[in-house]
Design a protein around this ligand. Structure first.
Ligand SMILES: *Cc1c(COP(=O)(O)O)cnc(C)c1O
Length: 371
């Protein structure tokens, strides 16, 4: 029996994708790679709902966060970072590390950012050059209303740069990049894309390209301009993770065949299914349900239960791998990933396992769970 890997990335891959990973190497500066890169680029533009340039880079998702900073900003630039958790804080940290003057606008754990508060912060200080925002905060299981946030931002500052960490949302939940007029939006292969880790994908707007012309933070590996000039000849500047490109090529065929609308509907349904199932066990969600994520669910560890102990029991005796809490939420929550290659039986199995494991760590599921 295979492991039920229920973490928000790396997510499971299907057999065809795994088979693609085991192919023999090819010349990354030859015609076959050129075709693969071309297909991947077009496929991602479709899935991203954008006509903007889409660049692929060999890195973890965090490399994409770093790339957004170094390609668009200069030291001392004022940046507003809208943070609702660990990943919002990471975006701010990267900005600060490179010398930007980052002001953090934080919202309580489990809640989403208030678009009006973002607009107010921009009204108070006209010097902001960019806004950083996380679309889906994987650490708390909350999805920001990014459409409303972008609209509020544009209402105050029509031309400010909007940099979006969409690592755990893009491709899984609606995020029409062009319709929402977003400038740098990125994701990573190991989240909703059903591909192993190793590729970061980023959409770059005209406004972002203009910013790159004057941005003075030093950059080398993650230079968008270099990536674009190589893409024009069907290459990446540096040796890419060729196997991951093979995998993405195969995964995109499957994802496009399912279709964006169907993928979004599947994630919405499974998100609701997970939340309903968790509540039926008598557990509490961390997120305000109105903004709860359809790619990851954060569940409060009940009083008197040892969170890491529960996750260990789930792994060793029920073949189910859950994520724990990060940063300030360590030990206080566990998280269930439901993005990418995931179906209702996977989540039912996870809920069934929880029902058996919880009494063994000191929590009695409610009667509603005894369906
Ligand atoms: C997973 C994730 C990241 C970090 O990705 P890595 O590949 O681990 O660097 C950043 N932001 C969000 C929202 C994520 O879900």
């Amino acid at each position: 029996m295979s492991v039920n890997l229920r973490i928000p990335g790396p997510t499971p891959c299907d057999e065809d994708v795994l088979k693609a990973m085991s192919r023999q190497m090819i010349n990354h500066r030859g015609p076959e790679f050129r075709e693969i890169l071309g297909r991947i680029t077009v496929g991602l533009q479709e899935m991203f709902e954008t006509k903007n340039d889409v660049l692929t880079m060999t890195s973890a998702g965090t490399g994409a966060l770093e790339s957004a900073v170094v390609n668009t900003l200069s030291p001392d630039d004022r940046v507003l970072c809208v943070s609702i958790g660990v990943f919002g804080d990471r975006f701010a940290d990267i900005g600060t590390t490179y010398g930007a003057s980052v002001e953090k606008l934080s919202f309580p754990q489990g809640t989403a950012a208030d678009p009006a508060a973002v607009a107010d912060a921009l009204k108070k200080d006209a010097s902001f050059k960019a806004v950083m925002v996380t679309h889906n905060e994987t650490s708390t299981g909350v999805t920001n209303d990014l459409g409303a946030i972008a609209k509020a931002i544009r209402g105050v500052r029509p031309d400010i740069l909007i940099l979006v960490d969409a690592i755990s949302s893009l491709g899984s939940v609606p995020l029409p990049i062009d319709a929402w007029d977003l400038d740098v939006v990125f994701t990573g292969s190991q989240k909703g894309w059903m591909v192993p880790p190793g590729m970061a994908m980023v959409a770059v707007s005209k406004r972002a390209w203009a910013a790159a012309e004057t941005a003075r933070i030093p950059r080398y590996y993650f230079d968008y301009k270099k990536a674009k000039s190589y893409l024009e000849k069907g290459e990446t500047p540096w040796t890419p993770a060729v196997s991951v490109y093979f995998a993405m090529d195969v995964a995109l065929v499957k994802l496009r065949k399912e279709g964006l609308a169907n993928i979004h509907a599947r994630h919405a349904k499974l998100g609701q299914f997970t939340r309903d199932g968790v509540k039926a066990l008598g557990l509490q969600l961390l997120a305000d349900e109105r903004v709860a994520s359809n790619t990851v669910t954060a569940v409060r560890v009940p009083d008197g239960v040892d969170g890491p102990e529960l996750n260990k029991l789930m792994r060793t005796e029920y073949n189910t791998v859950l994520a724990g809490g990060q940063g300030p939420l360590t030990g206080k929550i566990f998280r269930i990933g439901h993005l990418g290659l995931v179906s209702q039986p996977d989540l039912q199995a996870c809920l069934d396992a929880l029902k058996l494991a919880l009494p063994r760590v000191g929590f009695t599921p409610t009667a509603a769970a005894a369906r």
